[in-house]
Write a protein that binds this ligand. Structure first.
Ligand code: GLN
Length: 308
């Protein structure tokens, strides 16, 4: 296949760009090697292609959000989830206090307010906080097709400084959006963000979204096609935060970024894409990752609004 050579060439083209910076509000991420660079594709028929540091592990961070949202929809149903978390783009940064003024309902599940609420909607009604975390790790693992684990040092590094997420959780508790103690809610959400993945794992996870919720490697159904449609729609409108409009016009695939430098995109019926490069732009999106995605969708004619 010409794909691995193509991936290697594109990585080489973006490699010199040193702009941006690693996230500094999580000390463990600030220390990450900023030069690492990887890309991987997973087709819906189960081929994985990769180049660069594609088996290096890093924390999933906000890329967990669409998957946790999918699990919450599967576990609790659309009505119960929509009652607590809306699906409107906020136009705000990922850690903004974006809630509806009257109800306190977070605007969408991709920003932190919505993701903390979404985490609390995973697992069956009445699940304990530990059961919810276990459900999320099991679910993320099913999307990846292998057993994933939490990086405890990333978890502790983030939770010590999670004042902003705690204030979001307090606000959600005050509005009865979450029923948990706010500290417990933030702990569960932060554990979800601390799950270790590789670029290849992320490509398979995105490939599962591209493949109607069936993992292309294991053949196992993880969530329904309806859940995937909802999840990809929310990624398309809200996945890149206040950069979402620029992303959709320029790159044209539903996507999600994480502050450790990961980035995923899913083209329905075709392919899951993942990149990794830790230096971030001012929105918290990977600089070289965005460049790679722009090149991929242009070179391969993947923009969703373009007739193939
Ligand atoms: N755990 C991070 C936070 O809550 C995730 C943010 C992100 O990846 N954009 O701040």
């Amino acid at each position: 296949s010409p794909i691995p050579d193509y991936l290697t060439d594109v990585l080489r083209a973006v490699e010199p760009d040193q702009s941006g910076a690693t996230a500094d509000y999580i000390p463990e991420l600030a220390q990450a090697d900023p030069d690492r660079l990887a890309a991987a594709l997973c087709t819906v028929d189960g081929h994985v292609y990769s180049a660069g540091d594609a088996t290096a592990a890093f924390s999933i961070q906000s890329i967990s959000k669409p998957f946790a949202y999918a699990l919450a929809l599967a576990d609790r149903g659309f009505d119960a989830v929509l009652e607590k978390v809306s699906v409107e783009p906020s136009g705000n940064a990922f850690n903004e206090m974006s809630v509806e003024p009257e109800t306190g309902r977070p605007l969408n599940p991709m920003i932190n307010a919505g993701a903390i609420a979404t985490h609390s909607l995973t697992g069956p009604l009445g699940a304990t906080p530990d059961e919810r975390v276990a459900r999320v790790i099991d679910g993320l693992s099913a999307f990846a097709g292998r057993r994933l684990e939490i990086d405890e040092s990333v978890y502790h590094s983030e939770i010590r400084h999670a004042y902003r997420n705690r204030s979001l959780a307090n606000m959600l508790r005050a509005y009865d959006i979450i029923a948990d103690d706010p500290l417990v809610a933030v702990a569960g959400y932060t554990r979800q963000c601390s799950v270790l993945v590789t670029t290849e794992d992320l490509a398979v996870m995105a490939g599962t979204l591209a493949n109607r919720g069936v993992n292309p490697l294991t053949g196992r159904p993880v969530v329904s096609a309806e859940v995937v449609r909802q999840t990809l729609s929310v990624m398309a409108t809200c996945g890149m935060y206040d950069g979402a409009g620029d992303w959709m016009t320029r790159v044209g695939v539903p996507a999600k970024s994480g502050v450790a430098g990961g980035l995923i995109g899913a083209l329905p019926g075709q392919v899951g894409i993942a990149t990794f490069s830790p230096r971030l732009d001012r929105h918290g999106n990977s600089v070289r990752g965005a460049d790679l995605f722009t090149r991929f969708t242009a070179d391969m004619g993947m923009h969703l609004m373009e007739v193939p």
